[in-house]
Design a protein around this ligand. Structure first.
Ligand code: F6R
Ligand code: MN
Length: 194
């Protein structure tokens, strides 16, 4: 009966959004915040990361869970806000992950700001899709995904993903993506990493 209870809670506290601001105004909102210290091993220039204030907020994720994590058939809804900035010549970006369940896809939709969605298939082929207000991105279940903020203002994007997608951060921590998005003459360029 647990799923039903969760559903009841959700219907009583249904969420309200400010779509363009990328804000969940009301609802049982969960949050995780990634500080500089949480992103060790992600950037090529680890020394540049170490020189930063370890408490510096790089990005935050806020989401609602109208169904139980791991349950089949449900969806989560959330927003990620990435601060502007660089670590060495790489932009502030999400850790990046595969879904633990490689059959589970996801939508990303940009609220404000500009960035790049970096995608990688299982053969490590890596490519990007530009993100700008209104851009909608379908992430296939078998693709690793990461977002970099290439602008000088915060980047906010909505996401909708299955309750049983899960996260596989391990694969990215071990080998990263097949290419890195680096700032070259003020522009983002995807550069082979393998
Ligand atoms: C959920 C999803 C997003 C990310 C968020 C932060 O499947 O893709 O909600 O979790 O953008 O990125 P990570 O999780 O890679 O730190
Ligand atoms: Mn995901």
């Amino acid at each position: 009966m647990k799923a039903l209870e969760t559903f009841d809670v959700f219907t009583k506290t249904a969420a309200s959004l400010d779509w363009l601001a990328g804000e969940i105004k009301e609802g049982a909102v969960r949050e995780f915040v990634k500080n500089a210290r949480d992103l060790a091993g992600i950037y090529a220039d680890e020394a540049a990361l170490q020189r930063m204030n370890p408490n510096r907020v790089m990005y935050r994720v806020r989401w609602i869970e109208p169904a139980l994590p791991g349950s089949e058939g449900g969806l989560f809804w959330g927003v990620t806000i990435i601060e502007p900035g660089q670590v060495g010549d790489e932009y502030f970006m999400t850790h990046g992950h595969f879904h633990a369940n490689r059959t589970r896809a996801e939508f990303y939709g940009t609220a404000h700001g500009t960035g790049m969605l970096v995608l990688m298939n299982k053969e490590r082929k890596t490519w990007t899709e530009p993100m700008k207000p209104g851009s909608l991105h379908y992430v296939r279940g078998e693709y690793a995904h990461r977002v970099a903020n290439t602008g000088d203002k915060p980047l906010a994007f909505w996401a909708c993903w299955p309750t049983d997608a899960g996260y596989d951060y391990e694969a990215i921590l071990l080998r990263g993506f097949g290419a890195r998005l680096r700032c070259r003459d003020g522009k983002p360029v995807l550069i082979n990493n393998d």
